[in-house]
Write a new protein. Sequence first.
Length: 317
Amino acid sequence: MNSISFDNRVVIVTGAGGGLGRGYALDIARRGGSVVVNDLGGSVEGPGASREMADLVVAEIRAAGGRAVASYDNVATVDGARRIASCAIDNFGHIDALINNAGNLRSAWFEDASAQDLDAHVQVHLNGAFNVTQAVWPHMKARNYGRVVFTSSSAGMLGNDGQSAYGAAKGGVTGLMNVLAQEGEPCGILCNGLLPHATSRMGSKHAEMMGLEPTRDAAATPAWLIGARDPSFVTGIAVYLASDACTTTHSLYRALAGRISRVFIGVSRGWQGSREHPATAEDVAAHIAQIRDTTHGSYIPDSLQDDYQIAIAPVTA
Ligand code: NAI
């Protein structure tokens, strides 16, 4: 296997001042890429700002002989996103890849979650990914090449206690990826999503925010698992998806404790009701097991149109 190079490639990594994003930025720079290290430098919850986080990662990259510039802009604003894209263009001339990684966390049981919590998550995760991707999109389209990585989460795609607002925003990120994968493919832009897991600053904060006792969990955790939750275990898949070696689009990948897998939305073969008369609630109740059954066939649609064509195909026995 040839090694994956980022020579002459320019990559923006948002939220790269720590945790997962820092690891992505360091690895891409080590592989010859020029990196925009974006980080607002605030708290896990979101508020605050500081230049230190992005500056430290840039200094680390430069000390190792790599190329990087810092960006302190907020992904949640349209102007901030435009400045992040301009930072790449002004310093390096073009944009090859974007890793939408910036994120905040305000875990709470649903009855305690506020409209402000929802807004705070949507602003950073969803609006952030939308804004920055929109800012880089014309640059990628003009060169008929791009790689965009969207950071979703298992909380949004699979579910997790205490993450209603966070999960809602992350589910939205997957929706954005699904559509942009379709719009991007004819222009050479491949879009994929990532469901990471790591004991980063944010990863360690959930239990604390929920008032859970992390010590009980920690005592039962084997040493290998503590090691395999290091952010570096997610770097490989993120860097692959941002590279020209990546050939997939419209896909979600999960990195968890050393296992890298594909997560997908599948459609069961289902129950074929009448095409002349709508199914009643009673019909559904009578066929719910068949509707849910996946042992007799299922498929992964590439798009809404794909699913539509399969659903309207002539009925076979
Ligand atoms: P982290 O807290 O170490 O990194 C997130 C970074 O984003 C921080 O450095 C923060 O300053 C920056 N940031 C926050 N708001 C920003 C904004 N408006 N503009 C620019 N930068 C901003 O956390 P971690 O774990 O490295 O998270 C990275 C991504 O992975 C996040 O999107 C997170 O939601 C996601 N994720 C992490 C999981 C984990 O287990 N650590 C699980 C699932 C998803």
